[in-house]
Design a protein around this ligand. Structure first.
Ligand code: NAD
Length: 468
């Protein structure tokens, strides 16, 4: 369903009307379009708090991109080694800056206590108005859980509040703000996440925190098709978000097994034909489903690398009016089936080394929602499952979740117009997301270089006002 209001406010008459009436003026988001498109272009300003550790990795990644790199001399700790080879120009932050930045990046891993938070102000205060439309703010801090000193943990936790507020300020121009919490020594694991959060692939991700853990060195991948040679299972792949996930993983080099219920076979076959994938007719709540999936995987590919649990249903009713089969079905599809499929694939050793499991939660699972006790219970359970499993997975396997907000699909098109309009506008970007926005975040998790990204729940919700 197209967002007519978004189109209208981006006409001269619509812009004037919105300004006069004080209505939201969403900016069209730039999404990643071409396989040869660089992850970032334009002028990028990088700063680092004294003693920060990630700036070298960030500078060398950016210097290999077409972006023109500046470093902020006022808070500069870009040392000679990190600067060597890149084209960073020093930019004094105490003067008028005559530039528009496509990204402002601050390595704040060096923050030692709360007084150091002043460096965050010093970097962003003179530059935030210079952020271009559809720009990116990215802060890198240390995961507070790894800080021994309470004052240090407090300061790094504080960065979350900072980023969430900046996201609300810059969202008006279609820009985003996000935070990476790095574990000590995880500099080499940063690259895939920095690429994702600075690129148009994260157009609808704002106000989020991703935790990057230390891991073994990632294998070198083809940046254009990082999933080459991988086999992916995507459930609920006949339409909506699932179809987009299947297409996006194929674009990135994977071979996809698309699964859906038997009545959806015609649609599923169309999607699979277009991407040369394999269709599997299966109701994941069937008691034989996990075994059927494992047999299919073994027979056709011998094993699986990427498992995306996308299939989901809603059966809304207020609790007192909810028939028991509404409760049972919603828990079975959205939660229990995922556990049983993973258990079977792992028990039969079909999930390969460095495998990826991705689950789909929802902002309803975080904030709760009227008439959705069953759905919110299931989607919150998904978060618990991912967090617990992340501690148990072995052999380089990771498990993460995406919690989508309002995404333009058949599911949301079926909402009453007032609820739909509220869902679209009640976020920092004042618009709904597209299935591709969820798919791009899943592709980031699935990237072999995201091996330090484990146990995360990242929202793809344009920084919805609902939930924490
Ligand atoms: P959708 O209804 O368009 O697609 C869901 C797919 O799952 C369908 O193809 C359906 O046939 C399949 N499916 C349902 N039950 C199944 C079963 N028992 N076995 C196999 N397949 C089954 O939904 P969507 O909007 O594309 O949502 C995809 C996922 O994202 C779901 O998990 C949903 O809960 C979640 N989500 C969506 C939104 C949104 O705004 N659209 C927001 C938050 C979360």
């Amino acid at each position: 369903m197209s967002d007519i209001y978004l189109k209208f406010v981006n006409t001269p008459m619509g812009r004037t009307t919105a300004q006069t009436l004080g209505l939201p003026s969403p900016v069209p988001l730039k999404r990643w379009k071409r396989t040869d498109q660089p992850f970032i272009e334009g002028d990028v300003l990088v700063g680092a708090v004294n003693g920060s550790k990630a700036v070298g990795a960030i500078a060398s990644l950016l210097s290999a991109s077409p972006a023109k790199l500046f470093h902020a001399s006022a808070v500069d700790t870009l040392n000679d080694s990190s600067r060597s080879g890149n084209r960073a120009e020093a930019l004094p932050l105490n003067t008028d800056i005559d530039l528009k930045f496509s990204a402002l990046v601050l390595d704040a891993t060096g923050i030692k206590d709360t007084t150091d938070l002043r460096a965050v102000y010093d970097f962003f205060h003179p530059t935030i108005r210079k952020l271009a439309g559809n720009g990116r703010v990215l802060v890198i801090g240390q995961n507070p859980a790894t800080c021994r000193q309470p004052a240090k943990a407090a300061a790094h936790q504080a960065l979350e509040g900072f980023v969430r507020s900046v996201g609300k300020e810059v969202g008006r121009k279609g820009a985003t703000a996000n935070l990476l919490w790095m574990a000590p020594g995880a500099e080499k694991q940063l690259e895939s996440s920095v690429r994702f959060f600075l690129s148009p692939r994260s157009a609808y991700v704002s106000g989020q925190v991703a935790r990057i853990g230390k891991s073994t060195d990632a294998p070198a991948t083809n940046p254009v098709a990082p999933l080459t040679g991988k086999v992916a299972l995507v459930t609920g792949a006949s339409r909506g978000i699932g179809a987009s996930i299947a297409e996006t993983l194929t674009r990135d080099g994977a071979t996809v097994i698309g699964l859906d219920i038997p009545p959806a076979m015609e649609d599923l076959q169309k999607v699979m034909n277009a991407i040369k994938g394999k269709a599997l007719a299966c109701d994941i709540t069937d008691e034989k489903a996990a075994g059927q999936i494992a047999d299919f995987v073994k027979e056709h590919f011998g094993g699986i690398d990427l498992v995306v649990h996308n299939a989901g249903i809603t059966r809304d009713k207020t609790l007192g009016n909810m028939p028991e089969h509404f409760w049972d079905m919603t828990i079975a599809v959205n939660l229990t089936a995922e556990e049983l499929i993973d258990e079977e694939l792992m028990h039969r050793q079909l999930l390969r080394e460095n495998g990826r499991i991705v689950c789909i939660s929802s902002i309803s699972g975080i904030a709760g929602n009227f008439g959705q006790t069953n759905y919110s219970t299931a989607k919150c359970g998904v978060i618990g499952y991912v967090e617990a499993m992340a501690k148990q997975v072995k052999n380089g396997v990771t498990i993460n979740a995406i919690a989508p907000g309002f995404i333009e699909t058949r599911m949301t098109a079926a909402m009453p117009i007032t609820v739909r309009e509220a869902g679209r506008r009640m976020n920092s970007l004042s618009q709904g997301g597209l299935p591709i926005d969820v798919a791009e975040a899943i592709a980031w998790y699935c990237n072999p270089a995201s091996n330090g990204v484990n146990g995360n729940v990242v929202r793809v919700c344009g920084q919805s006002l609902i939930g924490k």
